[in-house]
Write a protein that binds this ligand. Sequence first.
Ligand code: PLP
Length: 402
Amino acid sequence: MLKPNAHYADLKDSYLFYNIAQKTKAFTAENPDKPLLRMGIGDVSRPLCDAVISALHEAVEDQATPGRFHGYMPECGAPVLRQTIAAHYARRGVTLSPEEVFVSSGASDELGDILDLFDRDSAALVIEPAYPAYVDANVMAGRRIVHLSSGIENGFLPAPNEDIDADILYICSPNNPTGAVFSREQLQAWIDFANRRGAVILFDAAYEAFIEDDALPHSIFELPGSRNCAIEICSLSKTAGFTGTRLGYTVIPLELERQGMRFNAMWVRNRTTKTNGVSYIIQKGASAVFTEEGQRQIHENIRIYKENARVLMDALDALGIWYCGGRNAPYIWMKCPDGMDSWTFFDKLLREIQVVGTPGEGFGACGEGYFRFSTFASPEDTREAAKRLTTLLSRSENGSRD
Ligand code: PLP
């Protein structure tokens, strides 16, 4: 008889977003006259920019026109898009060859699929609080997971230590959920650690476009030694509003190898076996993101989210509440006031001011006592949420900055 993959039974219930949905649904059923301000969502609210929309229309016309029609696309991405993305890196001083860039349907797909490259016995390090997919993708594969907690004492940016016994190291910077960003020195310490151990870093750069501090690295490949130990996974989801349009890219340096096996060549083999590439239309839309006009337009949208961040940060500053993120990331990670646990704080905000955020405990045990706000809501909702938060928390004895 066929045996299922028994590791699925090891998955913990993904109760975080389910619980939030249940609680908000129940509240709305009881209080239909009280609309919610949703500050928890990790999805964008701004539509695609004009440059992308024009390119998409043009691509649709191509598909309707003999001689311009495209059938199957190359599995690893259209050469012109791979070239365009490599040129985008070059503008930041990172030299890549187009064959090192793989076009994907998004970072989630890649974060799961890329595990095909590694032995099942290799252990995965997850720095917590973390984006839940890292743990689940490895549980499904039956891998041992090493959890590394972070906290207020290291600004949620822990350093490596020689006791960490793992081979696949997930680093997400700017981070979801904390919004914290590794400095060059902090990231270098992880690169050096990975090279000493022969480990591979999976660098999740889904939020790099939100970095505004010039000193912070957008790409791990800005740092020496990274080409021998890192794979970078990127996405246009938050950068350019592609959450529903779907396009990402993954960088695997040609020289990255372990035991004589090159991961770039292995990934070519994987993609040519397991995919038939990303749609022509979407790749053409994505190419427009990297034009001068496209970059100007996507940054105009990012500026709106950043203004939302500013409104929330100003409110927390005025309340004297500790937080990180916001400046270089679309998430703000705040300490719950009065030592409240994160679900109690969630319930309080829902019941008293109809603001919905995300309890930190859902991102790992060390997220208990913290709360995530996303900055992707509309400016109107964000301003109203900040105002209500200020009124509510200035009435209570909130925790001081520590
Ligand atoms: N990585 C992180 C850290 C994310 O927060 C997300 C989405 O929220 C993703 C990856 C997935 O991005 P995509 O939409 O490209 O699958």
